[in-house]
Ligand binder design. Structure first.
Ligand SMILES: C[S@@+](CC[C@H](N)C(=O)[O-])C[C@H]1O[C@@H](n2cnc3c(N)ncnc32)[C@H](O)[C@@H]1O
Length: 350
């Protein structure tokens, strides 16, 4: 087994932090691997998000990242950013990351260039992969490589990480030096909806008779708990899990058993937020915040793998972690020190 290395506090920054999905993910990853982490800075332009973040983490995020000079950003080891799925069409044809000027990705690139953290994790919608026939993502990856990072990306689905929500997201990881990084498998058993849904939900969450009758015309009632999803064409499907929460969707886009909306707590649970998480905004703001957030167990697994790749773990915790996650293959690699210690190992996919 490889020795745990550096006993140090890992400093990270939480960009486009929203209500802190990445922050909970890294804190949980740190606990499970027995390391210390410290948030050096957070930023989000949205005032209600700032309010929720402050209520939960006792720290008010800074505002517009475009207005924060790189020199005023503290040194950090790890940059986390769930950057918005802005129109990427602005990306042009010039070389290097300058090409991405005007996009929020550019803000990430300029901070990477100036602060040179050891590693980063970026998260975005799955659609980024196919946008402009793949050229947008290619440009982003090229920019990151130009900045000296070895990167890789993967689309991961929250359903594979224990959450009853079909939410596919692209994760991009990067390291300033080559290392042996394994994408998580996501073999966690999916929680059932009964573990997520509340009892005795107030009347205000129930859709009108008209909407409910309309749903029943399109879909028969189900015996088990289901979440009914209405697609753009008005077609209704019922699943034992939720389709992706969406910040700007119609209020009746997802209906529990075809009759009621999800409560704020249920939406947060669907993203993996813990029970202690405080809800301090009204329904529509919390719905937007939950819809914009990331699936915490997925981010946690990616960050855990990044910690392992960097040797940021306590050895005993690592053994437990690998056992729990059924990571036989990875365990063998760690046992074979010669392979683990290999200098030229690449950021590798399983
Ligand atoms: C996709 S959400 C990320 C949510 C976050 N990962 C979470 O778990 O809650 C993108 C966030 O970027 C923020 N944002 C957009 N433009 C920004 C800017 N110029 N500076 C800082 N934050 C910005 C939005 O307010 C939004 O909360």
């Amino acid at each position: 087994m490889a020795k745990s290395s550096k006993k140090k506090t890992i400093r990270y920054i939480d960009l486009f932090c929203g209500i802190g999905g990445f922050r909970i993910a890294i804190e949980q990853a740190a606990i499970s691997l027995g390391v210390e982490v410290k948030c050096s800075m957070s930023s989000d332009i949205d005032l209600p998000c700032q309010k929720t973040y402050e209520a939960n983490f006792s720290e008010r995020p800074m505002g517009d990242i475009g207005e924060i000079d790189s020199q005023n950003i503290p040194d950090h080891d790890l940059l986390l950013a769930g950057f918005p799925c802005q129109p990427f069409s602005i990306i042009g044809h010039r070389k290097g990351f300058e090409d991405t000027r005007g996009t929020l990705f550019f803000e990430i690139a300029r901070i990477l260039e100036s602060k040179k953290p050891i590693a980063f994790v970026l998260e975005n919608v799955k659609m980024l992969k196919g946008h402009n026939k793949g050229k947008t993502l290619k440009r982003i990856i090229e920019s990151l490589k130009d900045l000296g990072y070895i990167c890789d990306f993967r689309i991961l689905n929250a359903l594979d990480f224990g959450l009853p929500q079909k939410r596919e997201r692209i994760f991009i990881v990067g390291f300033n030096k080559s290392c042996q990084f394994y994408w998580p498998n996501g073999e966690n058993k999916m929680k059932s909806l009964s573990e997520i849904l509340e009892d005795n939900v107030p009347e205000q969450y129930y859709a009108s008779d008209h909407i409910r009758k309309n749903r029943l015309k399109k879909h028969p009632p189900t015996d088990k708990l289901t979440i009914w999803h209405e697609n753009k064409a008005g077609h209704i499907s019922a699943y034992p899990y939720s389709c992706a929460l969406r910040a700007g969707a119609s209020y009746n886009y997802l209906l529990v058993n075809g009759e009621r909306r999800l409560t704020p707590r249920e939406m947060l649970r669907l993203q993996g937020f813990p029970e202690w998480f405080k809800i301090v905004c009204n329904y529509s703001q919390t719905r937007k915040q939950a819809g914009n957030s990331l699936p915490i167990p997925v981010a946690q697994s990616v960050i855990s793998q990044l910690f392992i790749a960097q040797g940021w773990y306590n050895e005993r915790c690592l053994i437990e972690y690998l056992k729990e996650h059924n990571a036989d293959y990875q365990m063998k690699i760690f046992e074979r020190k010669s392979v683990y210690g290999r200098k030229k190992a690449k950021v590798a996919n399983r």
